[in-house]
Design a protein around this ligand. Structure first.
Ligand code: PEP
Length: 271
């Protein structure tokens, strides 16, 4: 299979342009652990710019932010749509960061690709095969989140859909799975990280924000993911989590992200 290490023994390295790094290119799947951070959802220009500036200054090189949001409740905030994408590109211009944002439907792939540097496929869409085919026909890097009830085999087969259409730039993202435990929103499957590394050459990212649903343990799980060999982290940061329109409980405060970054660098260097 195209995603398997047997087929492709070397690690896949995905290169993303980002003006904020000296070389102008961020490598995902290379030596460094790549920090992706920002708000769960783009809410206002001030919220996004404040978060982007703070995470950039702390060392993040890729800005996350949802413009098209999947929402468990139909009454939840569904995102700003194209307006949100425009704000993300404004932040990219201002801070030199690359952008990762979710695409929800095959019909939106062309539009979101005009703005994003990495297209995120969310947990709810991991087995949306029409969407996987559509992003596979393009050449934008894809971050494929693990379905909340998906086995590693199902997840890698979903990646296979994208690869089989000709797009080789696929990274995986462990974001927690559904278990009987209610103390966390999801159970962060740390064991998936070294296992995926054995099974596949694709880079793997960890999302401890969705993976736990609780900002008090996002830091610990970030460090655990780095120690387990992850290629990058995707972390939600909000200037004022109490006021967040979505997922405030799992969003780090800016100071928490600033505290976490040097610890992350230390663990990465030790590993
Ligand atoms: C997100 O990262 O914004 C998101 C909705 O994540 P997930 O698909 O993992 O729930």
């Amino acid at each position: 299979k195209l995603a398997s290490r047997e087929f492709h023994p070397e690690n896949t390295v995905i290169e993303i342009s980002a003006a904020c790094v000296d070389s102008g290119t961020v490598k995902i799947g290379g030596e460094d652990v790549v920090m992706m951070a920002g708000p769960c959802t783009v809410e206002t220009e001030a919220q996004l710019m404040t978060a982007a500036q703070a995470v950039r200054e702390a060392g993040a090189v890729i800005l996350r932010g949802g413009a098209f949001k999947p929402s468990t409740s139909p009454y939840g905030f569904r995102g700003m749509g194209e307006e949100g994408l425009k704000l993300l590109t404004k932040a990219r211009d201002e801070f030199g960061m690359a952008i990762v944002t979710e695409v929800l439907t095959p019909a939106d792939v062309a539009l979101v690709s005009e703005y994003a540097d990495i297209l995120q496929i969310g947990t709810r869409n991991m087995q949306n095969y029409m969407l996987l085919d559509e992003v596979g026909r393009g050449s934008k890097p894809i971050m494929l989140k693990r379905g909340m009830s998906a086995t590693l085999e199902e997840w890698l087969l979903a990646a296979e859909y994208i690869l089989a259409q000709g797009n080789p730039h696929v990274m995986l993202c462990e974001r927690g799975i559904r278990t009987f435990e209610k103390a966390t929103r999801n159970t962060m499957d740390i064991s998936a990280i070294p296992l995926v590394k054995k099974l596949s050459h694709l880079p793997i990212i960890a999302d401890p924000s969705q993976g736990t649903g609780r900002r008090d343990i996002v830091g610990a799980m970030s460090l655990a993911a780095i120690a387990s060999g992850v290629d990058g982290l995707l972390i939600e940061v909000h200037p004022n989590p109490e006021e967040a329109l979505k997922d405030g409980a799992q969003s780090l405060r800016i100071e928490q992200f600033q505290d976490l970054m040097p610890q992350a660098v230390m663990v990465a260097q030790a590993c």
